[in-house]
Design a protein around this ligand. Structure first.
Ligand SMILES: Cc1cc2nc3c(=O)[nH]c(=O)nc-3n(C[C@H](O)[C@H](O)[C@H](O)COP(=O)(O)OP(=O)(O)OC[C@H]3O[C@@H](n4cnc5c(N)ncnc54)[C@H](O)[C@@H]3O)c2cc1C
Ligand code: FES
Length: 252
């Protein structure tokens, strides 16, 4: 884990709420694995005081890209950052998706969960090119499907759904999952509601969830990002996660 001052290279609006920011990485990208996150201080003033956690969308030599939805103060400031502006970054933080020997990879993404899933798919395609990747991608509406051509290039099959029926199947992506083949593993990242539904399904395959909990410190000190385990103990998203074996998690 390192702390760096990073320069914005670009900050593009991709849809009404989704933006892609790319910044210099001072070689942090060499240590990043899919699932890891960065803790970003979006302003040099004391407001907002806390860093914001973001998954990695993409890396290339010397740069990192983050896909983000504008929802509050921090991301509101982020969207106005321009080329040349500086941000303060700590990373890599958290664990990564475990990659096993399974031939078939099912990635299930909802909302901005697609960010972490994009980096995962790219990583698998580069390092394990024979694995077959099916992406199941759900959004509220068609406008949230960004960079579709790129996703089509890196995935072997994509199942789309929108809640308003404006593209793909109408409804939640959890209603349109394929029949999973043997020798498969499932990775999912998205809202708690989506993960909750997945957890309740009778799926007899290894399944890993990347969870997005509210964070303050990001390094295991404030205990604000606790998730409940099946044995009624707690683990912390920032240091034990964000990726957890779905079997271990308790949803009430
Ligand atoms: C491991 C991890 C990876 C994430 N990856 C992404 C990503 O790739 N793209 C993306 O758009 N969002 C991602 N998020 C959610 C993102 O951190 C929040 O949307 C962001 O912090 C909101 O900040 P804000 O100041 O605009 O909102 P505000 O609501 O004003 O934030 C107030 C506080 O709540 C926290 N917070 C608010 N919403 C969330 C949330 N859903 N999860 C965690 N903390 C939250 C903020 O960190 C801050 O401390 C991720 C969260 C986690 C934990
Ligand atoms: S965010 Fe403080 S312990 Fe995880």
């Amino acid at each position: 884990m390192r702390r760096i001052k990073s320069q914005i290279l670009s900050n593009k609006r991709l849809s009404k709420e989704l933006h892609l920011i790319t910044f210099t990485s001072e070689k942090i990208e060499e240590d990043l694995l899919p699932g890891n996150f960065l803790h970003i201080l979006v302003s040099s003033s004391l407001d907002p005081f806390l860093r914001r956690p973001f998954s990695i969308f993409d890396i290339s030599e010397g740069t990192i890209s983050v896909l983000y939805r504008v929802i509050g103060k921090g991301t509101g400031i982020m969207k106005d950052l321009c080329k040349g502006d500086e941000i303060d970054i700590i990373g890599p933080l958290g664990n990564s998706y475990p990659i096993d020997n399974s031939n078939n990879i099912y990635c299930i993404a909802g909302g901005t969960g697609i960010a972490s899933i994009h980096f995962l798919i790219e990583y698998i395609k580069q390092n394990h090119p024979t694995k077959q990747i099916t992406l199941c991608w759900g959004t509220k509406t068609i406008h949230e499907f960004i960079l579709m051509n790129e996703f089509r290039l890196i995935s072997d099959k994509i199942i789309f759904s929108t809640e308003d029926g404006s593209y793909g199947n109408e409804g939640l992506i959890t209603d349109f999952l394929p029949i999973f083949k043997d020798n498969s593993v499932i990775y999912a990242c998205g809202p708690d509601g989506m993960l909750h539904i997945l957890k309740k399904k009778p799926i007899d395959l290894p399944m890993f969830f990347s969870v997005e909990k509210r964070m303050a410190c990001g390094v295991g000190v404030c205990l604000g990002c606790a998730v409940k385990m099946n044995n009624d103990t707690y683990k912390y998203t920032c240091i034990d996660g964000p990726v957890f074996n779905a079997n271990e998690l308790k949803y009430e």
